[in-house]
Write a protein that binds this ligand. Structure first.
Ligand SMILES: [Zn+2]
Length: 339
């Protein structure tokens, strides 16, 4: 028989009161749902026996982005709290209603990662975001926010981080990712709120929504362990942080103009050249209606994999290295495409 314990619901996360050398499990009451019962976020706290930083991992802030859940479970299995320094705060399911509905957004259709830190008097998603940041995220020193691509698109493993700030640059390189996209934090994201409030935070984008992808999960796990070694929370050598990651100054989506059946050619992490045909849009009779062209050279961060597409579908997420001086207006739509 597998042992499972009764998990208590807490109103506050009092990390200093928790005993060291133990894995603690709790529900955190954030707001109430329409049954009048609490929306409770599951939290696992691994508290070591000696002092150290408080590191948080959040998964499924978009309720259908699930790879990070597996990363958190791997940590729970691997970390021995008796040989651990500091505290790990693990949130496998950050957006509980979104997870239950198998959707990105909160129950009211709002994207939580656009409205952080919410409001104490506001819409249902605002309340949830407010208590999520106030009760939990504000207690951390470091945050790794685990995401994936949206449904119908695939992502490589990549990092979004502000590389101009030493702490977040270090966190990004510790992950040894395929691609890093430099991001000055967009308002409303959890990462942005965290960094503004003294919690050093990066976003790790792990593959695709609605699935567990073991190879990407394992790569992400290595990066997380590397981070814990660097912060001296577990023993061991920090792996070489001089990474061969492709660093992009900027990224944006290229869209189709026509609707129909779309075939996107480059693979993830491929380099594409300016002028290259990256996709063809066919009509339902097999005739080419549009060739989608890369307007700049860059690297493929993500791509659409759903063939049936309307006009104006996101085709390919391109990371580019330098903003060309003559390009006042950055091509593509607004770059606020955080997965
Ligand atoms: Zn996401």
């Amino acid at each position: 028989m597998f042992k499972s314990t009764v998990i208590k619901t807490k109103e506050e996360l009092s990390l200093s009161k928790l005993k060291g050398g133990i894995v603690h499990r709790m529900h955190m009451h954030l707001t109430d749902n329409s049954l009048g019962v609490p929306w409770r976020v599951p939290i696992i706290v691994i508290k070591g026996t000696s002092p150290g930083p408080v590191v948080g991992l959040t998964a499924a802030l978009h309720g259908n982005e699930l790879n990070g859940i597996s990363n958190i479970f791997k940590l729970i299995e691997e970390i021995d709290p008796l040989k651990f320094s500091g505290t790990l705060v693990l949130l496998p399911i950050s957006n509980v209603p979104g997870y239950l509905m198998n959707q990105r957004e909160f129950s009211d259709g709002i994207d939580l990662n656009r409205i952080m830190p919410g409001k104490d008097k506001g819409a249902t998603s605002d309340l949830y975001a407010y208590h999520f940041t106030k009760k939990i995220i504000g207690k951390l020193n470091y945050l790794l926010d685990l995401h994936t691509a949206s449904h119908g698109r695939v992502n490589s493993l990549y990092i979004r981080a502000d590389l101009d700030i030493e702490e977040t640059r270090t966190l990004a390189y510790l992950q040894n990712p395929q691609i890093i996209v430099k991001k000055h934090d967009e308002d409303g994201t959890l990462r942005s709120w965290a960094n503004e409030n003294g919690v050093h935070a990066i976003t790790i984008e792990i593959g695709n929504a609605n699935t567990f992808q073991n190879s990407l999960i394992n790569e992400t796990h290595d990066g997380i362990l590397n981070t814990l070694r660097y912060l001296e929370m577990i023993e061991g050598e920090v792996q070489d942080m001089i990474t061969d990651a492709t660093v992009c100054d900027h990224s944006y989506w290229i869209y189709s103009n026509k609707g129909g059946i779309v075939d996107v050619f480059p693979k993830l992490a491929d380099s594409v050249k300016k002028g290259q045909v990256i996709a063809r849009v066919y009509d339902v009779f097999g005739q080419v209606k549009e060739e989608v062209i890369a307007d700049r050279s860059g690297v493929v961060i993500g791509k659409n994999v759903r063939p049936n597409c309307e006009a104006g579908t996101r085709i390919l997420h391109l990371g580019v290295s330098i903003i060309e001086p003559e390009t006042e207006d950055i091509p593509g739509h607004d770059d606020f495409e955080e997965s």
